[in-house]
Write a protein that binds this ligand. Structure first.
Ligand code: IVH
Length: 709
């Protein structure tokens, strides 16, 4: 029998509660609502009636309305029980969720082990252990536990900011709502992979097809699609699983090794992969790789390689990261999967920077479980080198997320009517000349580019697609197809026009209302406008990335954002540099990680008159949020450091990485500009120079004291 829920009619109005009483009741209601959510969504067995559930929620919301500071203290769904409306809230990762470097050959396993040993300065006879485990082909997810209770789940997103999928993750049976066992840290962010098993994927697709719903290309897409549902009751019906394999923020660690951490996760009640083993040599790792490769087809889930990690966490910390991947781990990927098919035609795509990319149109073929009908041909030299002709039988390959490629032509199967492909010399979209730039050495660039610039519609469309895309402005409902559609209809021709779309759509006398177009209805139009509105404020790094400046990807956008802090500061510096202000140019040139080519591209972009206009229009509607400047709290941040002589506690490479991690610049020679010289025994001319220039000199031990390591 269903128990009646407590009624609140006799309770005090939320406004009359003391803050303390409000906090307590809010917390209690959150726990209660979570319990009922779980019963409803996971067990399909509600404990109370819908009406009683609604009463609980209304009381919860009323308290939150009266005490807004409670809004983020108890993470419970804003969407459960309500119609899906909003998209996911963003979550900043306290520790970035980075990716792994890849290796493909057994030979590279030895290189990886040697690289780690070299970096750590480990003698050949010193033991060094690694874990080896399958690389699960799903999507990574961070689960936050506080005092052992599950409080939040976030997707990886761009690695720095993900989406809050807490309510959806709560519906996954395998993920405990409470950790159990000993030594559970107060704060523990467990990271791992959410995946779908192959047979469950097949069943899901069969069901979807029978109901005329979307079918998924592979288990990974199905897992991702299932997790990113705005209505968690849909997620609850999808068979999702989880393996824990790493962690982010943690108030303390329950073990000192990778293997120990996995065992601790297991003891807390988290699922971990049973094929995780400890290895001591490159041969051991390679043997485990082969063993997993042999088991691959019989495993119930998709894997795409084997991950090796240094076992000792203290060594992991010393190894640190390079760019966006750890030095202490690597993914050994399985070889790409291949298939044979016929090349029917070659089409040219014009990218946002005008690059003409030939695309092979193929007789559709299944490669590793995915139907492939397009493959990249890279550029015209590639077509010539492989002598690829229309009508040829070709070998196609795909590996992981990489765009399918043509490996080779099977010449014996070449039909008599096959013809060589003439690469166009003009842009197929705007008719402007397409040229290959020649560098200072007189070498032609591999890429042929349209010279149409701002008049080329293909470039404009691609720039808009990039602008609205997920890692840029992230405008939900404004994907590639919609951009093409709005561009073609003349409704959106520039980034600023995205933000005036609603106003123009709703203007009196407008006969071309979006809701009347096929595929649109009132709700989808309303959602689109809401999604656009939600982006009128945007983190600065995303905004810079969205502009599509050549050579400015996400990492460089972040560097620029961190350095300048505000969009105006960046824009003013780049504009001044374009007008010949040497100091402004030097400011951009000297940003850590920004090379000459990037600096030049930035200056050129902001100096271009058309871009000026487009930006003026855009900033009328969009406010890039100021970003905190880089934390300068390390005692060597911003200093130029030189290491010289023999170092005993770390290798030279490690010393450099450590200094850079702390915000210092490492230089190979001592000059007036050097701030600090770290000298070991046997230091020679550099030490002498330091004395000559009056630069501070410290020992290696003093360095460790200074940086607090
Ligand atoms: S460890 C610092 N272990 O592969 C990165 N990742 O390219 C720590 N993945 O985004 C990741 N199985 O989604 C790790 N056993 C495993 C994995 C794994 C799959 C995914 C993960 C990550 C990507 C890295």
């Amino acid at each position: 029998m269903k128990k009646p829920a407590p009624k609140f009619t006799t309770q005090p109005e939320p406004e009359s509660l003391t803050p303390e009483a409000a906090r307590e009741e809010h917390e209690r209601l959150a726990a209660e609502i979570c319990k009922h959510d779980a019963a409803y969504y996971r067990e399909d067995a509600p404990l109370i009636s819908d009406a009683d559930y609604d009463t609980l929620r209304r009381r919860y919301e009323a308290i939150e309305a009266a005490f807004p500071e409670l809004a983020n203290t108890q993470t419970i769904s804003k969407r459960v029980g309500a119609a899906p409306s909003e998209k996911f809230a963003k979550v900043q990762h306290a520790v970035p969720m980075l990716s792994l470097g890849n290796i493909f050959d057994i030979g590279e396993v030895e290189e990886f082990v040697a690289r780690v040993r070299r970096f750590l300065g480990l003698a050949a006879d010193k033991p060094l252990a690694f874990t080896a485990e399958p690389k699960i082909d799903g999507l990574s997810c961070a689960l936050r536990y506080e005092a052992g209770a599950f409080v939040r789940a976030a997707t990886r997103g761009d690695g720095f900011e993900g989406e809050d999928v807490t309510v959806n993750v709560r519906t996954i049976n395998e993920i405990p709502h409470r950790l159990h066992g000993k030594h559970i840290p107060d704060v523990l962010e467990v990271r791992g992979e959410i995946y779908m098993k192959r047979d469950e994927f097949a069943e899901l697709n069969a069901r979807q097809a029978a109901e005329g719903d979307k079918v998924f290309a592979n288990p990974r897409n199905a897992a991702a699609g299932s997790l990113r549902q705005l209505d968690p009751s849909i997620t609850a019906k999808r068979p999702l699983h989880f393996f824990a394999y790493t962690w982010g923020e943690a108030s303390a660690l329950p073990a000192e090794t990778q293997k120990g951490m996995i065992e601790a996760f297991k003891s807390f009640g988290l699922p971990v992969n049973p094929l995780t083993v400890l290895c001591h040599t490159a041969e051991d790792l390679a043997a485990h790789y082969r063993s997993i490769e042999e088991q691959r087809a019989s495993l119930p889930y998709d894997i795409d390689g084997v991950v090796y990690k240094v076992n000792d966490l203290a060594l992991q910390a010393r190894l640190g990261f390079v760019s966006r991947s750890p030095r202490w781990a690597v993914a050994h990927k399985f070889p790409a999967e291949q298939a044979t098919t016929i090349l029917r035609d070659i089409e040219i795509q014009v990218g946002r920077t005008g690059a003409l990319t030939p695309v092979a149109k193929l007789e559709p073929v299944t490669v590793g479980g995915v139907v492939v009908s397009n493959a990249t041909l890279h550029n015209e030299d590639e077509i010539a080198r492989k002598d690829i002709r229309i009508g040829d039988t070709v070998i196609v390959q795909r590996a992981g997320d990489v765009i399918p490629q043509i490996v080779a032509v099977i010449e014996e199967k070449r039909p008599a009517h096959s013809r060589k492909y003439e690469f166009p010399q003009v842009c197929p979209a705007c008719g402007s000349a397409a040229v290959r730039e020649v560098d200072e050495k007189g070498e032609a660039d591999a890429v042929r580019r349209c010279t149409g610039g701002l008049i080329c519609p293909a470039q404009a469309v691609e720039r808009l697609k990039h602008f609205a895309s997920r890692n840029a402005m992230d405008i939900e409902g404004l994907g590639d197809k919609q951009i093409e559609f709005f561009y073609e209809k003349g409704l959106v021709r520039s980034p600023a026009e995205i933000f005036t779309l609603q106003q123009r759509d709703e203007a009196p006398g407008n006969l071309q209302r979006i809701r009347n177009f096929e595929g649109y209805g009132e709700t989808s139009v309303r959602n689109l406008f809401a999604a656009i509105d939600a982006r009128r404020e945007i983190p600065l790094n995303r905004f810079i990335f969205a502009l599509g400046i050549r050579h400015v990807g996400e990492t460089n956008a972040r560097r620029l954002a961190r350095h300048f802090g505000t969009f105006d500061a960046l824009r003013n510096a780049a504009r001044a540099a374009a007008k010949g202000d040497e100091e402004a140019r030097a400011d951009i040139d000297h940003i850590e990680g920004i090379g000459d080519v990037v600096a030049e591209a930035v200056i050129e972009f902001f100096g271009e008159a058309h871009n000026e206009e487009a930006l003026d229009a855009l900033v009328q509607h969009v406010t890039p949020q100021a970003m905190e400047a880089v934390k300068q709290d390390s005692p060597v941040a911003g200093k130029t450091v030189v290491f010289t002589g023999a170092l005993e506690r770390m290798t030279r490479e490690e010393a450099k990485a450590m200094a850079e991690r702390l915000g210092a610049k490492v230089s190979g020679s001592v000059s007036k500009k050097t701030d600090l010289v770290v000298a070991g025994p046997g230091a020679g001319s550099k030490l002498a120079n330091a004395e000559k220039f009056g630069v501070e000199v410290i020992s290696e031990d003093e360095w460790f004291v200074r940086v607090g390591a």
